[in-house]
Each structure stands twice: as C-alpha cells, then as structure tokens.
Design a binder for this molecule. Structure first.
Ligand code: UT7
Length: 329
C-alpha cells in the first residue's frame, strides 16, 4: 500500500515586508520585483526560530488529523535554516511538542527539501519502519539574508508547512510516484559560503556577509526552468497522465516565470497551478505544503485529484512527486 498525506497545516508570521519597503532603501522598485518574480510581499519572523513556526503548524496538523500526538513515531524536518547546526530541529520540535516515543532527523535539500522529505517519509511508512510521520517543511530565510543585497533580499520569506504521512487505505490513492535528482554542479551558483566546516565562522566571514544567501540568479533561473519543466513532464509521461488528467501543478514558488514555463511545458493552464508567491515570496522548504494547505482549506482540492508537486533548488536539487489526493477537507 502506498503512503499518503492524511492531514496538513501551515503557519506564517504576522509581520509583512512589502516591495515598497525595499524601494525605500535599495536600488529596486515594486514594478521590477513584481514583473521579474511575481512577488508583492513576504512574511518575516521578527522573534523566534524555525521551530517556532513549525510548532503551531504541527499542532494544527495534529488537530486536523484527529490523532493523539503520542501516536507520531517519526519527525522529519526539511530546512536550510535549522534552529542550530545541532541538535537537529526535529529534536527541538519533538521537545517543544512533548512527543515521547519518537525518532527523527533533519533533511537538507533547500527548495526541494519538502519533496525529498516526502519521499523519505513515504518510504519509511511503506516499509513499515514508521506508521505516522510528522513531516515539516520550514524556513526562516530572513535569518540568512543580506538585506542590503537587492539580488536576494527581495526574493525570500519565512513560513512552515506540516503534514502527517501514513499508509493509504487504497492502493490507487496517495504518493504514487517520484523522480528526484541532485547535482553538485549547482553549488557554485547558490550557496551560503561560511558557517560550515569548509569555512567556519570568523570575524572576516561575518564582516563579508558570507553567512547569507549567495545566488547567481540568471544561471540558477536557466537551470531551474529546464530542470523543473523536464521533470514535471517526465513524471506525467511515466504515469500516462495527459494535461487533462492533472488537477493541480504544485510548484515550488521561486519565480512566477519559472512556474509558468513549467506549466506551459506540461500543457497545463495557469488555472490549474497553485500560485501564492505574491503573498509569501520564496519560503524554501515551506512553499509546497503552504500551497497545498491553503488550497485544501479553501475547499479547492478533492479526493481523487491528481497533483504534480515539483521543485528546484540549491544543490542543485530538483524533482517531481505524483500524488493522487486521498481525502476531502
Ligand atoms: O528557489 C531556489 C532556486 N532559485 C531560483 O529559482 C531563482 C532563480 N532566479 C531568478 O528567479 C531570477 O534570476 C531573479 C529574480 C533572481 C533575477 O531576475 P532576472 O530577470 O534573471 O534578472 P537578472 O539577474 O538577469 O538581472 C537583470 C538586472 C541586473 O542588472 P544589469 O546587470 O543588467 O545591470 C541586476 O543587477 O536586474 C538587476 N537586478 C535588480 N534590479 C532591480 C537584480 N535584482 C534587482 C532588484 N531590483 N531587486
């Protein structure tokens, strides 16, 4: 039996930064940001860590699932902004939630973090190694941004999405297929230079802002358009899905132009694409669960819908997962 998503919830901080805010001190404009990225505003967590966004989303997810939190036997957190290098954010979340007999770990796959973690959680459930996995995709990107770099400051935001992964009750519904990739060629184009063992923190690395996001946007854009469009089309073909069969494309929200190119390649109209980048920007591991949770809350997803989840991010990492939705709201 395949694994499936049995509950989902999200959290985003109250504080907003609009494009106008960046206009006030950077050489940029609302118009440039909107037309080049699709972003209008993003949420910023002023106080607290990534785990502090995960916990409210997790509590809501557990409530939605109608389970006792002690039934959860594994916690996975996909993030590139962990609370600490160690302990894992999964351990921090476990402690804050007070879940007793559980194990867990973090996954680092940047913007593909949620998909890589979803595949991992599904494999654990399908193999019988876990029964109820709390899967969290969350990033406090504002903690690693250079707010004076117009190339990156305007792109990202903070949010969390949490879902519960369990065995499906039907062979034909759930997480049905996945194609995932990693290629270290991308390291030079999108990275955080310092803070790891290659370049431990020094006074100089801090002064040079090497603990913040570096991105060669143009190059990443080219790889992202090809990577996300190709893999989304590939998973459709592999599963004999036509564009009519697709209920929703759920793309990582990095740039509206990358999303449109992917939809075009799949032959899917934008009315079938989940887009909320205008409200949140790129929240890295949170974009996909945040979309699904919002669309579900709005009653737009129904049992039997075919969803194609697709992402591209630092590494490079990219991939697609085919989900036949298994629940009504
Ligand atoms: O989620 C992880 C994966 N990341 C992505 O998928 C992001 C991929 N890349 C992108 O989304 C886009 O490349 C960006 C949105 C980052 C940039 O858009 P672009 O259309 O590729 O712009 P560009 O990098 O080609 O830059 C065009 C110009 C440059 O000026 P010059 O060199 O032509 O004089 C930039 O310096 O726009 C300039 N620019 C800006 N201008 C105003 C860069 N950022 C800004 C800005 N405001 N915020």
């Amino acid at each position: 039996m395949p694994a499936t998503i049995t509950a989902i919830a999200h959290y985003y901080p109250e504080d907003k930064l609009t494009n106008k805010h960046f206009e006030s001190y950077l050489d940029t404009s609302d118009e440039w940001i909107k037309t080049r990225t699709g972003i209008n505003e993003r949420r910023i967590m002023k106080n607290g860590a990534t785990s502090d966004m995960i916990v409210p989303a997790a509590l809501k997810c557990i409530e939605n699932a109608g389970i006792d939190k002690q039934e959860i036997d594994c916690i996975i957190v996909a993030t590139v902004t962990p609370d600490h290098m160690y302990p894992s954010t999964a351990a921090v979340v476990q402690h804050k939630l007070g879940i007793k007999n559980v194990w867990g770990f973090d996954i680092s796959a940047a913007c593909s973090g949620f998909l890589f973690a979803l595949k991992t959680a599904a494999s654990l459930v399908e193999s019988g190694a876990a029964k109820k996995v709390l899967l969290c995709g969350a990033d406090k990107m504002s903690s690693i941004l250079n707010m004076n770099d117009r190339n990156t400051a305007i792109l990202f935001g903070d949010a969390a999405g949490v879902c519960l992964i369990e065995k499906s009750n039907d062979d034909n519904y759930g997480i049905l297929d996945s194609i995932l990739h990693i290629d270290g060629i991308g390291g030079q184009y999108l990275n955080q230079k310092a803070g790891g063992s290659a370049h431990p923190a020094t006074k100089e690395t801090v002064e040079n802002m090497e603990h913040t996001v570096y991105q060669d946007g143009k190059t990443v854009f080219k790889y992202a358009v090809k990577g996300m469009a190709d893999v989304s089309k590939e998973i459709m073909d592999k599963n004999n899905l036509t564009s009519e069969d697709i209920s929703f494309l759920v793309p990582h929200q990095a740039n509206l132009r990358i999303i449109s190119a992917t939809a075009e390649r799949m032959g899917v109209g934008m009315d079938k694409v989940m887009v909320n980048i205008e409200k949140y920007g790129n929240t890295t591991a949170a974009t996909i669960p945040l979309c699904i949770s919002e669309w579900l809350e709005a009653g737009k997803i129904k049992k039997g819908d075919n969803l194609i989840l697709s992402s591209f991010g630092a590494g490079f990492t990219w991939g697609s997962i085919y989900v036949k939705w298994n629940m009504n709201k």
